[in-house]
Structure formats: structure tokens, C-alpha cells
Design a protein around this ligand. Sequence first.
Ligand SMILES: [Zn+2]
Ligand SMILES: [Zn+2]
Length: 443
Amino acid sequence: MKLHEKALKLLKNHPLCDYCLGRQFSNLATGTTNLNRGITIKDFLVLEFSSNLSEENVSVLQCLSRSGSALAKKLLLKNEIQSEETMECYVCEESLETIDALTELVISQSEGYEFHTFLMGTFIPKAIQERETELKALVDVKQTELLKQEFNRNIGKKISGRIPVKTDFKSPDIVFEVNPFTQNISKRITSLYIHGKYRKFLRILPQTRWPCRKCKGKGCKECNNTGKKYPESVEELIETEVIRLAKADKGTLHGGGREDIDALMLGTGRPFVFEIVNPHIRSLDLNDLEERINIHVQDKIEVQNLRWSSRKEVVHVKSSAERAIKKYRALVEFSNPITDENMKKIENGFQNKVLQQRTPNRVSHRRADKIREKKVYTVECIRKGEAKIEIVVECDGGCYVKELISGDKGRTKPSISEIVMNPAICTELDVIEIDEIPYIQED
Ligand SMILES: [Zn+2]
Ligand SMILES: [Zn+2]
């Protein structure tokens, strides 16, 4: 079928506006618009069928008149034939005429948000999508644009022309979605991600928010109506300044593993990615932010080496935590005095030793019950009293150090208690070093 035959078949079936007719041929000739394609095709058909005004030719001209062709209307009028009225476009229902209005709506919705890149999306109701499919099947056209692309491209172009922002398909700052049939606009603000390391100097401080278990955050007698089991966390301490400077809703800390609530985090700190949810300001000075956070948190924690990060790095930081080798300092208290000989026995017994650790009782409510194999590389013992020593342990990430000491009633094997046959408990535990696995950005 030739182009003009296809166009005619389409127009005989349904009235189509210039955009929607032109779009069916969007695979032909680049460097023009669908609007121009539609006008050109309609004009060509008028010329083609105006050589004589046979009944058949007049019916074609009426068809074009129904689809809004000014040239067809003029020609019919000149020959004193009443032209048929323009009908609503079968596909877009004239919604393409609202592109300017939609553009203004999108721009007004984005007010108050700093953004440099965006992506346009359009919601097309199912019934309209089905009409598009029907049209394409009618003349067997493939690989041409869809109505939603027409909207996305046109509105996107107009926005870039009005304000200094660019379309970005990969990682836009904002994603807009318009519904041209209801004029409804929705937007999704992309989170910001900041990588850094934190140190923690307070013995009772959870890494993230800890809601009251009884009321699940609503507030009850038990939690003094705070809704929290602990008044603050590393996450909340960092969040305060971040929210203030980015004018954001919320912050989420994605930690590379987590220390026990009562353990200090020392040395070079623990890697994390901080997610800023719904930020109004995106161009933050990270040096300034770091300084402000550290002033705000007093000496409870410290953040360092803040830099921009991404959603993908969150996955890396979380998944690599298990593989990173860690160093701990622990205070160990025995039931009975410990001999120098036994201290040596501990040091020798845990050189490159693989432990079998069944999920400890104290965390079994939130972790699956299974046996994990973790390697201890070295244990160094320093005497602190008759029945008290300090140990420095280097081991795999995810190794339960408190249980390495106590044995957790036989759930961890071997254990310090077991090999010296002297029950021991951990009374203080600090993380002193985390060997971070570097993130290699893939593009
Ligand atoms: Zn249309
Ligand atoms: Zn409560």
C-alpha cells in the first residue's frame, strides 16, 4: 500500500488531527515534525482528489474536512458544497492541544525544587492505547511513535525552552507524569545519596531509628509517648542538619553492616550511604555539611569524608560489609582466674580458625536461624586483672564476637570459654577497624 492509500484508509475510518495522522508516518523522513507530516499529507490528498469533483472525490474531501483540513474546506466552499464539520480526533481527543497548558502546570508543580535534569512521562488511558493499536493494525504500520511519546517529547522540549533544565533518561533529578485527559500531574523527586564514614563514641546508641516495640512508633506509656525505644540514633543525629540544609523530608542511613548498640565504632569509621528523601535543595556543599553535622552531634558521633554517591553504591556498601575484614577490641571477664598459659592457648587456638556460628539467641528474633562459617585471623590477649583480659580480634565481617567469647551455650564452636574451660563473657566491645572494599563505578 502506498503512503497516500494508507493515509486515506486511516482517515476514512476515523477523524484524525494533524499530529495523530503524521505520527503514523513518523518513521519516514527525519527533520520534520509529526504536525508538519500530518499537514503535508492532508494537503497532498486534497490536491490529488480535486482534479474533478466526482462523487467519490467529494467524499474523500469531506473525509479530510472532518479531520480539520482547511484546504479541503476552502475547496468545497469554492464549489458551493457544504463541508462537513471538524470532528474530535479519534486518538488524542484533541488533548494534544493542551501541551502548552500541561507544560505550565508541570513548571508550576516543580516550583520550590532545585533540579537540573528531568524525565517526562505520560499516562495514556487503556481505551486510548487500544485505539492506537487498532489504527496501526488497520494499515499495518510498525515502529512509529506512540501518543505518549508525542506528549513526552513536546512537553519536554517546551520545559527545556522555558527553564534551564535538561532531559535525562538515566538519572533524572525529577520524574514528572502527566495525564493529558485529566490534567493531573504527579512528580517523583529522586533521592540524593552521600557516602561517608562514621565513628560512634557513645555506648548506647543504635545505628538507625528504633521504634518502640509495644506501640510501633505511635507513642505509649512505655516509651513516654516518644514512639521510640531509644531517643536517638546515628541516623537521626546525621539527619537533622541534612534535612535543614536540603529542605528534605527524611534521611535514611544505609550502613555497611552495624555494630551492636552498646559497641563503640572507632578507628577509621564505618562506611555508610546517607539517602536524602525528597530534597528541595540539591547543590549542597559537602564540606560545609560535614562540619555542621559534626558541630550538631557534639561528641556523640563524627562523620568524615563525605562525597556524592548513588543508589547503586547503597547495594555495594551493604553487600560488601559481610566480606570486609574487621578488627574488634573486647573486654573479657572469666568466672575463674586466667593463667598466662591459657592466654597463649587462646592466641594460638584462634590463628586462622574457622568458627561455626549458629544465629545467637539475642538476635534470633530478627535473623534467620542458621549456621554461619566465619574465620578468625588473629586474637591478641592483654591482661587487665586476675580474671579479666582485653582482646583484639581480627575476623570476617558478620562474625559474632560476643559469642566467640561466651560460646553462646554451644551455639558457637569453638569459643574462648570452651578452649580454656573457663566460662567467659564480653563486658565491652568496640569496633576499631573496618577494611572497606572499594566501590568501582560501572557505567
Ligand atoms: Zn489527535
Ligand atoms: Zn511506645
